[in-house]
Design a protein around this ligand. Structure first.
Ligand code: ATP
Ligand code: 3PG
Length: 394
């Protein structure tokens, strides 16, 4: 586990503190549709304000690829942050340069400035040393609270740490603590639920978790490649031909390691990929050749709920079906409900599973919902996160 300096290890009063947050929030027509990530950064920001720091916030939004994209400015985020904080936030239209330097020089203790989307500079994603130095020049201390972007080695997530004292923020600390403890000293039975679209995206995570869990539950689009590997005909369901052998090897590895692997025994099939498709529930060995599986069936959902109920720790990443369409949402909803009802410690690995527990109104019943999609996945793969590695050791 990481042993990195935290905000408790530095004196911030009167200091200029550059805080990398992950305000990469979903937006529609200029409006924020989910402010979870902004709220998650509030403890760090408020704590720094209370301690009399000059708080300089930086984030990316979307993927502007080194160009200024009007729709990816952080203006709406700044406004919303000011409301949540209950104090003014000075939103700038640049992230480096004279105006920024002048504004920072005039900051009083406890002031909050939000820089413009750092990805408007091509050097951000390239982890350009000059750009990182320009950011570092603005501050005395660097705080990384952007767990969601910790798997990126960019100028504001990693490069900047070369130049000034660098510590983790409160959200970063919490994410690393929860996920780190779960993977290193799990309460047992420990269950992982892996769903989502593709095997290809989950190879590393399945490999790593097979070393640690007691139960592995498989669902979603990727489960059909596993079912195919078991010899079932899967009709028009999602298949990654080139991953069948890999799926077979996972099934064998689970057996060898004594990991109980749980696979769909029935599925909801549809005649087209559409919310208005004709649907029916069939056993896994009865998928018609011209139909496709788009959700786990009720028997499977009940089996999975039972495993979740009897676990002490459950980590969930990836939906069980095409939960965006009501006709194929029951499996994901059933798993979400089981997660809400269990006494187990429940961790949601960000991304679509986080969206699912929100959609089914059980988010407040989860013990931890990670703010990182890709980052939590890479953490669960056992990979080092560059944004954390870059911070000062304790
Ligand atoms: N049986 C299925 N057939 C086709 N698509 C499916 C199926 N089951 C789930 N999906 C789709 O998979 C998508 C989610 O998979 P994806 O791997 O992108 O999410 P995730 O695992 O939560 O990752 P992230 O953290 O990146 O959001 C959903 O949009 C869902 O509709
Ligand atoms: O949303 C995320 O997962 C993070 O903000 C990282 O965004 P990125 O995938 O564009 O680097």
């Amino acid at each position: 586990m990481y042993q990195k300096k935290t905000m408790n290890d530095v004196e911030v009063n009167g200091k200029r503190v550059f805080v990398r947050v992950d305000f990469n929030v979903p937006m529609e027509d200029g409006k924020i549709t989910d402010d979870t990530r902004i709220r998650a950064a509030l403890p760090t920001i408020s704590s720094l304000v209370e301690k009399g720091a000059k708080v300089i916030l930086a984030s990316h939004l979307g993927r502007p690829k080194g160009e200024v994209k009007e729709e990816l400015r952080l203006t709406a985020v700044g406004k919303h942050l000011a409301e949540l904080l209950g104090k003014p936030v000075t939103k700038l239209d640049e992230s480096i340069g004279e105006t920024v330097e002048k504004t920072v020089a005039e900051m009083e203790n406890g002031d909050v400035v939000l820089l413009e989307n750092v990805r408007f500079h091509a050097g951000e994603e390239k982890n350009d040393a000059d750009l990182a130095a320009s950011f570092a020049k603005l501050a005395d201390i660097y705080v990384n609270d952007a767990f969601g972007a910790a798997h990126r080695a960019h100028a504001t997530t990693a490069g900047i740490a070369e130049y000034i004292p660098s510590v983790s923020g409160l959200l970063m600390e919490k994410e690393l603590d929860v996920l780190g403890k779960a993977l290193s000293t799990p309460e047992r039975p420990f269950t992982a639920i892996i769903g989502g679209a593709k095997v290809k995206d989950k190879i590393g995570v399945i490999e790593n978790l097979l070393e640690k869990v007691d139960h592995l539950i498989i669902g979603g689009g990727l489960s059909y490649t596993f079912s195919k590997a078991q010899g079932y005909d899967i009709g028009q369901s999602l298949l990654e031909e080139d991953k069948i052998e890999l799926a077979k090897s996972f099934i064998e590895k689970a057996q060898a390691k004594g990991v109980k692997l749980h696979m769909p025994v029935d599925v909801v099939v549809a005649d087209t990929f559409s919310k208005d498709a004709n649907t029916k529930v069939v056993d896994i060995d009865q998928i018609p050749s011209d139909w496709m599986g788009l959700d786990i069936g009720p028997k499977t959902t009940a089996n999975y709920a039972d495993v979740i109920k009897n676990s002490k720790l459950v980590i969930w990443n990836g939906p069980m079906g095409v939960f965006e369409m009501d006709a194929f949402a029951n499996g994901t909803m059933g798993v979400a409900q089981a997660m809400a009802d269990t006494v187990a410690y429940t961790i949601i690995g960000g991304g679509d599973s986080a969206a699912a527990v929100e959609k089914f109104h059980v988010a407040d019943k989860m013990n931890h919902i990670s703010t990182g999609g890709g980052a939590s996945l890479e953490f669960m793969e056992g990979k080092a996160l560059p944004g954390v590695v870059a911070l000062n050791d304790k």
